[in-house]
Ligand binder design. Sequence first.
Ligand code: HEC
Length: 164
Amino acid sequence: MNNPKNSVILLLTLILIFPLILLSCNGEGDEAQAELDEYIEEFKDTLTPFELEHGIGPITERIEIDDEIDPDLSDKGQSIFVMKCEVCHDLDERKLGPALGDVIEKRSPEYIMNFILNPGENILNHPVGLDLLAEYHIEMPFSDVDKEEARAVYEFLRDYYESR
Ligand code: HEC
C-alpha cells in the first residue's frame, strides 16, 4: 500500500463507487418523499391537516364517492376536460401540465377538485402545488368551473383510470 500508484487507484475506485452506493440507497422516490416531508413540516402550522392532505379550496370535508362509475357524469366530465383542460393536460403524457390519467392514484378526490376549483392557492401555498410549480414553471389558471363540473371531471378521470 505504500506504492502511491496503489493509493491513487484506490481513491479513483472509491470516487467511482461512491455515487453508485448513494444511488442504490436513495432512489428518486425516496428523495421526492423526503423533500415532500420537509415541505409538509414547513406548512404544518399554516394549513389544516385536511388541507395538507386534500388541498385548499371550497371542498372542506370528505365527499362520498359511489363505487359504481356514473357514465353520464363521466361523459360530462370528458367534455369539460376536452374543452378546458386538454390544451395543457394529456392523460398519458406530460404536456404543459402533468399527465392526469393516473392522478387519482396519487391524490384524493377532494384534492383534485380543490386543485381544479382553486389552482392559484394550491400552487402557491400548498407543498404539493409548490412542488409541481417547481417542475412545470407555469401557474395553472382557474378555468371557470363550478363544484359540480369539477366533480364531473373527477368522475371522468376515475372512469379513464379504472377502464385502462
Ligand atoms: C394553461 C395550462 C393549464 C390548464 C388550462 C389547466 N391546467 Fe391543470 N395544471 C397545469 C400545470 C402547469 C400544473 C402543475 C402545477 C402548476 O405548475 O401550476 C397543473 C396541475 C393540475 C393538477 C394537479 C396534478 C397533481 O399531480 O396534483 C390537476 C388535478 C389539474 N391540473 C387539473 C386540471 C383540470 C381538470 C383542468 C381543466 C378544468 C386544468 N387542469 C387546466 C396547467 C394547466
